[in-house]
Write a protein that binds this ligand. Structure first.
Ligand SMILES: Cc1cc2nc3c(=O)[nH]c(=O)nc-3n(C[C@H](O)[C@H](O)[C@H](O)COP(=O)(O)OP(=O)(O)OC[C@H]3O[C@@H](n4cnc5c(N)ncnc54)[C@H](O)[C@@H]3O)c2cc1C
Length: 327
């Protein structure tokens, strides 16, 4: 993720990698043998898109408020899905090239988040109608929505136990958030490298720009912040692996990942903005990679969980987690 962010300022290649990696991993962890055999080779070969669809037009952070439903089919094996998802990455890719989204919906309508089921929803089946959004950046990957009208999926597409989806979905989000933090560090550091090359060459008032402390001090601050993001992202992703070996706890991982993601989009955004500024008027031209990176990186302030939700996760653990009676 970090390296891809360095070479693709649109951020699109990073999204092509990070979303299928995080959500394909969830299928690998919780999918049935049939689902793994059918889907994972196609995802890893890059033939099919594997995304996530939790957000709806009227709810994003508050997953418990979603309206999409899933129910067992009455006449034969499988489930019937109805509803609509919005602001979903990879809608065009999945509907034209193949693949779909790890999707969350309500099954037990009386039980709130304890009644949600997670499953793979292909976008190439009858009953799916897509729309594509026009966005600020990320020109190389689509974002859009889809209506789901009486779509039947086979039972083997369900991930984990029915009605346990809310608990499983967070592991997908955490993998994605950890990689996003790496992406932000890579994009921000690449922008600073471009800025450094420029300020060493460009002269004003008789000296290279890089000789002025007015340039050096913010450069040092942005660089230091991005090193912290980078270190935390690797640390948090390592913890995620250690959880699989029984060496790290579930909430310890959630918190570390939230710390890694919390400032990553905004610190990268600020660093890229600084890199644009020091490049003078060129920074505002379409030829400057940084203006493209700025528009791409801003998306990560929302995608895969907002900065405010990262604060809620961190605060929950700092206050003592679920053991505190206040929760
Ligand atoms: C480029 C892009 C790609 C995306 N791709 C996907 C995708 O592939 N799949 C998918 O499911 N979703 C995707 N999303 C949606 C993203 O997950 C949501 O935008 C995000 O979860 C927030 O939901 P929302 O937009 O409905 O905002 P809301 O949840 O309505 O929140 C609005 C604002 O209020 C803040 N807020 C909410 N609750 C609180 C609180 N308790 N305290 C303080 N502040 C709060 C939020 O942080 C946010 O700033 C994408 C978004 C973008 C921008």
């Amino acid at each position: 993720g970090e390296e891809l962010a360095r070479v693709d300022p649109t951020g699109s290649t990073c999204v092509y990698y990070l979303v299928p990696a995080a959500w394909g991993r969830l299928i690998w962890l919780y999918g049935t043998v049939e689902a793994k055999e059918e889907l994972l080779p196609r995802f890893t070969r890059g033939e099919w898109w594997c995304g996530v669809a939790t957000t709806e037009a009227d709810t994003g952070s508050d997953l418990g408020n979603m309206q999409t439903t899933i129910r067992p089919a009455e006449d034969e094996d499988g489930y019937i899905v109805n509803g609509a998802k919005q602001y979903i990455s990879g809608v065009r890719e999945a509907s034209t090239r193949g693949g779909g989204h790890v999707t969350l919906a309500r099954q037990d309508l009386e039980s709130g988040v304890r009644g949600m089921t997670l499953f793979f929803l292909p976008l190439t089946v009858d009953g799916i109608e897509i729309t594509i959004d026009r966005e600020m950046g990320r020109e190389g990957i689509s974002t859009g929505g889809f209506r789901i009208d009486d779509v039947r999926i086979p039972s083997y597409y369900v991930l984990g136990e029915p009605n346990r989806g809310f608990y499983i979905v967070h592991e997908g989000y955490e993998a994605a958030r950890g990689i996003i933090a790496c992406v932000c560090a890579g994009a921000g550091l690449k922008a600073l490298e471009n800025a450094v090359a420029y300020v060493k060459e460009r002269r004003a008032f008789g000296r290279p720009l890089g000789r002025y402390q007015g340039i050096q001090f913010p450069l040092a601050e942005h660089w230091a912040r991005l090193q912290m993001v980078r270190d935390w992202s690797y640390k948090a992703l390592r913890l995620m692996d250690q959880e699989r070996e029984g060496k790290a706890g579930r909430f310890e991982v959630s918190q570390a990942i939230a710390v890694a993601k919390l400032f990553s989009p905004m610190w990268a955004f600020d660093a890229i903005n600084f890199a644009m500024q020091v490049q003078g008027a060129f920074g505002y031209s379409q030829e400057c990679d940084e203006q493209r990176a700025l528009r791409a990186i801003r998306s990560f302030g929302w995608a895969e969980g907002t900065s405010e939700i990262m604060r809620l996760i961190i605060a929950r653990e700092v206050l003592g987690g679920s053991s505190w009676k206040g929760y």
